[in-house]
Design a binder for this molecule. Sequence first.
Ligand code: APR
Length: 232
Amino acid sequence: MPRDTIVILTGAGISAESGLGTFRDVDGLWTRYDLNAVATPEGFARNPALVHAFYNARRANCATAAPNAAHDALARLERDWPGEVLIVTQNVDDLHERAGSRNVLHMHGELSRALCAACGHRWPAPLEMHAADPCPACGAAATRPDIVWFGEIPYHMAEIDRTLDRAGLFVAIGTSGNVYPAAGFVREAALFGARTLELNLDPSDTATDFDETRRGPATELVPAWVSALLAP
Ligand code: APR
């Protein structure tokens, strides 16, 4: 069976050069906000207004950000590569889609969607969202961001596992390898025979699990990697 499926895991680092903050770098989001207050179901239950304010601010940042050369290169790869290219992103921004990528799974949810905590209905998020916003389906005032918080189950795991198991190449871009299950994908892909490559500014916590690691900004590493892969 041809192993021409490529799975690409992206993290906050691929959007850093678009002006969106990472989490664990110097001045990262988790150095400025208490993740227990803004990225857990308990934090939302305690103070939904604070959580909505945190995500409303990130949604506004996203609206003014633009995809960068790394996002563009991955869209070109999806278009020109003969096999499947699946982007599994931990990011909640829509920069991959705005660069033209279509085969994208957001395992931590998306800022662009609202979720009703009462009935599970999802709808396009307004720029400013509030807990009291009534659910269009059931009317409950239980609106939350459609973001997977710590302690919640990531989205699309069955499809991600199926694709990892048949990938010929697994590439991680802009992620610190801090959060599971995403940080374990490299070992899963390697177990099923994939070659593995890390493209990252600094060594991730899982750097030694990769066959190859390249250091530098995503806007330099990713276009160069894609051009070499697509070269005739
Ligand atoms: N180019 C390439 N890599 C970069 C760049 C850049 N310009 N800037 C930063 N990086 C790298 C950093 O070296 C770091 O390894 O991106 C990584 C960012 O790591 P984190 O801030 O931990 O972000 P991420 O790995 O996406 O976090 C995973 O944690 O808090 C949760 O849900 C949140 O999805 C997030 C998850």
